[in-house]
Design a protein around this ligand. Structure first.
Ligand code: CP
Length: 315
C-alpha cells in the first residue's frame, strides 16, 4: 500500500480488520518495523482521538513522530499553479511537500472541508497536492470527504461486537448546531457497503449524502423505520450535500434517545466522537452499556497501526 487516502486503498478490508484484532492482542509484536523511521503529522484542524491514537500506533511500531499544527504554526500554503504569490500565502505546496519529505518517511494530514466550495472540497486540494508533490506515502487523518482511519476502526468494532453473521447496521443523521462535514458518514458508508450486513441510512429530506457514495444503499426519511431491528446504530450529523454546507433544520426530532432504540435488536450504539450530549444523542444512550463509543476510540490505535505497518511493509 503506497498511500492511505481512502478506504479503497486497503488491499482488503476483511483482512485488515483481522490483522488489527491480532495486533490488539500483542501491540508491540512489530515494534522493530519502524526503527529509524519518522511519521510527520500535520494538522490543519483540531483533534483529540486522531492525534493521540495515531501517535500511539506509531510508537507501538517503533516509529518516531513529529507533529505540527499547520494552520497556525506553519507558513500559509499556496496551492495554485503558476500564481504570482503577492498575497498572504508565503509557501507553495510544491516546496512544502518536498521539504516535509526530507524529514519524514510517512506524512499524515488532517485537513477538513471548507463546506463553502463543494468543487474545491471534492477535489481534496490539500491531501491530493501533498500526495502529488511529496515523495513519501501520505495518510489521511480526515480530509474534506473521507475519514478512512475512523471507518477502519468502526469496522474493527463492528466485527468485535457482532453476534450475528449478517447484522443490520443503521447510520442515522442526528442534529447539530454547526454545519459538519460528510467525511465520517461517507467513509462509514463505503465501509459498511463492503461488510456482509444489511446496511441502511436514515436522514431527513435534504440531507441525503452524495449519491455517488450511497449508491444502492436503502435510504429512509423515517428514522424509526430505519432503526427497526438494527443490531448497530451509528449516529452522525452532516450538513446538506445538495444545498452544500447548509443547516436545514435545528429541531431535536432526530436526536437519538433510548426510546428510539426500543424497536432495535438491543442495538449497540456507535459514534466517532466528539459528540454533543443531548443534542446529537441523549445521555441515556451514551451512558448505556450498549454504547461502543469508547471502544471505537480505542480501536483508532489499531486501525492506524495496521495502516502504518502496511505502508512500511511496502517499503
Ligand atoms: N473521531 C475523530 O476523528 O476524533 P478527533 O477529531 O478528536 O480526532
Amino acid at each position: 500500500m503506497k498511500h492511505y487516502l481512502t478506504l479503497n486503498d486497503l488491499p482488503n478490508l476483511e483482512t485488515a480488520v483481522a490483522e488489527a484484532i491480532v495486533l490488539k492482542k500483542d501491540p508491540f509484536q512489530f515494534e522493530k518495523i519502524g526503527k529509524n523511521k519518522t511519521l510527520g503529522m500535520l494538522f490543519f484542524n483540531p483533534s483529540l482521538r486522531t492525534r493521540l491514537s495515531t501517535q500511539k500506533a506509531a510508537q507501538q511500531l517503533g516509529i518516531h513522530t513529529m507533529i505540527m499544527n499547520f494552520s497556525n504554526e506553519a507558513w500559509a500554503l499556496e496551492f495554485e499553479d503558476g500564481t504570482q504569490m503577492s498575497g498572504l500565502r508565503s509557501e507553495h505546496i510544491k516546496e512544502a511537500a518536498a521539504v516535509v519529505s526530507q524529514y519524514c518517511d510517512i506524512v499524515a494530514i488532517r485537513a477538513f472541508a471548507s463546506l463553502t466550495h463543494k468543487e474545491s472540497d471534492e477535489a481534496e486540494k490539500v491531501i491530493h497536492n501533498f500526495a502529488k508533490y511529496a515523495s513519501i506515502p501520505v495518510v489521511n487523518m480526515e480530509s474534506a470527504t473521507a475519514h478512512p482511519l475512523q471507518a477502519l476502526a468502526d469496522a474493527i468494532t463492528i466485527k468485535e461486537h457482532s453476534i450475528k453473521k449478517r447484522p443490520k447496521i443503521a447510520l442515522t443523521w442526528a442534529p447539530h448546531p454547526k454545519a459538519l462535514p460528510h467525511a465520517v458518514a461517507n467513509s462509514f458508508t463505503c465501509m459498511a457497503q463492503q461488510l456482509d450486513a444489511d446496511f441502511v441510512i436514515a436522514q431527513p429530506e435534504g440531507y441525503e449524502l452524495n449519491p455517488e457514495i450511497t449508491k444502492n444503499t436503502p435510504l429512509f426519511h423515517n428514522q424509526e423505520e430505519a432503526l427497526e431491528g438494527a443490531d448497530f446504530v451509528y449516529a452522525k450529523n452532516w450538513c446538506s450535500y445538495a444545498d452544500y454546507g447548509k443547516i436545514l433544520r435545528t429541531d431535536d426530532a432526530w436526536m437519538l434517545t433510548a426510546e428510539k432504540l426500543k424497536n432495535t435488536n438491543n442495538a449497540k450504539f456507535m459514534h466517532c466522537l466528539p459528540v454533543r450530549r443531548n443534542i446529537v444523542v441523549a445521555d441515556d444512550v451514551l451512558d448505556n452499556p450498549n454504547s461502543l463509543v469508547i471502544k471505537q476510540a480505542n480501536n483508532r490505535t489499531f486501525s492506524a497501526q495496521v495502516v502504518l505497518k502496511k505502508i512500511l511493509e511496502n517499503g
